[in-house]
Design a binder for this molecule. Sequence first.
Ligand code: HEC
Ligand code: HEC
Ligand code: HEC
Ligand code: HEC
Length: 277
Amino acid sequence: MKTVAQALAVVALGLAFSSSAIAFTGTYTAGDGINGTVHDLGTGHNGMDFQASPADSLDRICIFCHAPHNTYRLSPANGGPGAGVGSGPQAEDAFDYLPLWNHELTGNATSYTMYQNGLGAPTSGDKASQAMANGMTPGSTSLLCLSCHDGSVAINSYGNASQPIASRSSGGATIGAQYLIGQDNYLGNHHPIGFDYDAVQTVDVGIRAADTAELGGAGTVRTHLLGVGNTKMECGTCHSVHNKGNTGETLLWRSDVNSQLCLTCHDKGDDPGTAIP
Ligand code: HEC
Ligand code: HEC
Ligand code: HEC
Ligand code: HEC
């Protein structure tokens, strides 16, 4: 028989979990679009609780990331107009791609520690990391993901003073622990991003060519490389932020069943999904 103290402890534990754990509890079909996914942040559903603050009477989906007017302006280094011209806040130079971006940007843009495999790692020969040898910098698209995923900015913090009050949110709910990527600006133990795939692939014999490796019906790897000339490997190389056009779970362009995703790029065995040249 439980004592009162035990029962209270159980209640207290329950409260502690319910106040911190905002975790998606629903399901969604790969490639079916953003509605009802983890990125459909505007309605309190599927365990999510990232509504706008104050509440958005329209329950919009896109507004968390994009707005139609007066979003962030590019800096002059990226072709933007500079101070005093136009409205909306100016982004830092690290942001060289801003598709009508409305979510509050991370202030960490230039301070991430990138992938590292240790001081004892091979530095020459086939096994040496070319990404490390060439250097990595998170591209603009990855920085947009990190604004939410590194936990430095609240999910429901978007809009600015140049927009209607109904299109701004100043909530303080940061991302749940199991979705944190790049906490404390540390990306050292995450799959490398922010490097030129082609430059790596020409030297690293274990990497398949971007123009022929098929991401399981979701196009070749090239289709999912980002930046000028589609050469940069970023978060979006593996994930489809809108859950659109992808064939894999967890917003992945290709399913990782039998490690197909990994075998797409890494020549470490046969790809069980499709025939790769
Ligand atoms: C959770 C954040 C997020 C939400 C919500 C979101 N987007 Fe995006 N969107 C992005 C990011 C990040 C990019 C740039 C990187 C990329 O395209 O992968 C982008 C790029 C785009 C682009 C330009 C590139 C392309 O894919 O055509 C369009 C258009 C777009 N989004 C439309 C929308 C619309 C419409 C909605 C709402 C139905 C929406 N997005 C919701 C994050 C989001
Ligand atoms: C506006 C904030 C925001 C932005 C921007 C954003 N995400 Fe998310 N993302 C979330 C939230 C919130 C969750 C779910 C967290 C939860 O359930 O508590 C999530 C979940 C995910 C998941 C888990 C999917 C699953 O099925 O488990 C992936 C993968 C993901 N995001 C990738 C990305 C990538 C890649 C980008 C950039 C292209 C991005 N996100 C940009 C807020 C964001
Ligand atoms: C090489 C491909 C690849 C890249 C690049 C990549 N991811 Fe993932 N990501 C995955 C896979 C595979 C999973 C599923 C892992 C699992 O379920 O254990 C995943 C899972 C996630 C999840 C769900 C939580 C978790 O840890 O499983 C989030 C959030 C996420 N990724 C965000 C990002 C962000 C943000 C970036 C860029 C900084 C990124 N991913 C880059 C392959 C990738
Ligand atoms: C879109 C292509 C792509 C996908 C998908 C992908 N990788 Fe990678 N991966 C790369 C590239 C390119 C590098 C950098 C290679 C280099 O530095 O020489 C890399 C680096 C790595 C490294 C670091 C190697 C080192 O030298 O330290 C490991 C380990 C790794 N990937 C494992 C995986 C696993 C496991 C998966 C599946 C979850 C995966 N990758 C999915 C392209 C990919």
